[in-house]
Design a protein around this ligand. Sequence first.
Ligand SMILES: Cc1cc2nc3c(=O)[nH]c(=O)nc-3n(C[C@H](O)[C@H](O)[C@H](O)COP(=O)(O)O)c2cc1C
Length: 339
Amino acid sequence: MENKAPSSIISIEDSRKLSIAPMLDWTTSHYRTFMRELTQHTLLYTEMVTTGAILFGDQERHLKFNEVEANVALQLGGSDPEALAKCAKISEDRGYNEINLNVGCPSNRVQSGSFGACLMAEPKLVGECIKAMQDVVSIPVTVKSRIGIDDQDSYEQFEDFIGTVNQVSDCQTFIVHARKAILSGLSPKENREIPPLKYDFVYRLKEQFPDFHISLNGGVKSLEEAEEHLTKVDGVMIGREAYNNPYLFAEADQRIFGDTSAEPVSRHEAIKSLYPYVESELANGTYLNHIARHLLGMFQAVPGARKFRRHISENATKPGADLNVLIDALDMVADQSLS
Ligand SMILES: Cc1cc2nc3c(=O)[nH]c(=O)nc-3n(C[C@H](O)[C@H](O)[C@H](O)COP(=O)(O)O)c2cc1C
């Protein structure tokens, strides 16, 4: 792959200006490797990995990443400071650039493990978790939270959460999904849609803690919207839109990071640049669909997009599916540069 010289990697602090959210089953190593064809500077997050999965599971599988993904933050799920510290150290040794603690996931499975969003009720413990990790790694340790949970939903309670975490750990980097989580009665999907977005909580937080890095997350669908938020906060994290419409990141290096040397690639170029990776992965036994499924959103509103998607969906799962499936799919869709 081209354009991946380490010198092109900006600092983790600078890359936080725009990030792609951790998303289970979506932000896999294959997805992240592909996103590097579109943007070099955007900070990428892994899916959440639990401490149990790292300490007692298939570490190789859970922590697999490709060096071209940098800067990449590993998101951990857990609430035991000692276990988190062990996992943070293992992850730093593997080359991750940041460790992030999940304080936002509302799923029942996560709640029964007493981590994720329910940790918003335990700011001191969150601070202890962060501190335990900071003590053993030299990379940044950050928090991704909601603005509240259930009836703990006032601005004062949110500010108190952030303030306490900071007092205990000195953590100064917070990524905030700007809606509260409702811990019973809503599915994780509903918890990303039903509680209203309250961007003003995040803007106020930045005013209150001007020295902190505050990233805003939730409902951002374009670089224009990101630019607007960036007038009030330090960073913007994009989730679903980064998956459903990955090409929006083709302009990110220029527009958000001001890198005038970064020429946006065309959709076709981006996919073709991935071919050597696809071939080496196939040779190692990866199924084509595990990579190709992440490309389905690439041609939104481009003539032929439906044929492209259908060809991949119907053929990439077949036994022995190889690069020709992608090559043929690409022939079905118009090559357009940035519109
Ligand atoms: C499929 C999916 C999986 C997700 N998995 C995680 C996760 O592992 N950790 C996490 O902190 N948030 C997770 N989220 C939440 C996102 O990181 C993000 O906070 C949320 O989608 C709101 O941002 P958006 O409106 O830009 O999508 C997930 C979201 C989706 C859609």
